[in-house]
Design a protein around this ligand. Structure first.
Ligand SMILES: CC(C)(COP(=O)(O)OP(=O)(O)OC[C@H]1O[C@@H](n2cnc3c(N)ncnc32)[C@H](O)[C@@H]1OP(=O)(O)O)[C@@H](O)C(=O)NCCC(=O)NCCS
Length: 170
């Protein structure tokens, strides 16, 4: 299927979105637009052509992680202060569209955004906060590694993303 990605705006139908997780539905309905206007987080939605129905969405914001939380396998030669990260705060697919590859497309879209931004603002990794075990499994499938002190928070270094796409590391 051909997905169209757009920054959230009020013309999209936020009310009928249902990914099966009430917190993620509510976020889109009640908070995503407000937070975007304050630039606390940006929301990107996937739709099919000529539709305002949201098939999936993800949100991004700037964040950081304590040096002491970074997994041992990644700490070699890192500065010993908090590491800058891009947070994917929410990522969800409407129930009607689940299992058709959109979750992966949303994640890849967010990772590409992180790589792009990292050439202008330092970003060590992309961080996700998995809402449950199933979400954690989904992210682990793409190489995300749990933080030392919080199993449900996972990171994927920008360097790893770039290497996996055989891009040049700036
Ligand atoms: C988790 C979620 C985003 C996956 O989206 P999806 O569109 O159904 O997933 P896709 O069809 O793109 O699946 C891509 C791959 O991930 C796998 N996958 C999907 N959900 C998975 C899960 N929960 N655990 C492990 N693997 C999973 C699929 O089997 C597929 O693998 P394959 O490429 O080897 O066949 C979706 O089920 C969802 O929105 N769930 C509710 C909200 C949620 O839990 N969000 C998680 C972030 S907080």
């Amino acid at each position: 299927m051909q997905w169209i990605f757009s920054p959230l705006n009020k013309s999209f139908d936020r009310l009928s979105f249902d990914c099966g997780k009430p917190k993620l539905n509510d976020y889109l309905k009640k908070y995503a637009w407000q937070n975007q206007q304050k630039r606390y987080s940006m929301t990107f939605v996937a739709t099919v052509e000529n539709s305002k129905e949201i098939a999936g969405y993800y949100c991004t914001s700037a964040s950081n992680i304590e040096f002491t939380s970074i997994p041992d396998s990644l700490i070699k030669k890192l500065p010993k202060y908090p590491a800058p990260v891009m947070l994917i705060g929410q990522l969800a697919v409407d129930r009607k569209m689940q299992g058709k590859g959109l979750g992966k497309v949303l994640l890849m879209h967010a990772l590409s955004r992180a790589v792009r931004i990292s050439s202008e603002i330092g970003i060590f990794a992309v961080r996700v906060d998995a809402k449950d075990e199933s979400a954690r499994d989904f992210y682990q499938k793409y190489g995300f590694i749990s933080l030392k002190d919080a199993e449900s928070s996972l990171i994927l270094p920008i360097k790893t993303i770039i290497a996996s796409r055989k891009m040049n590391y700036p």
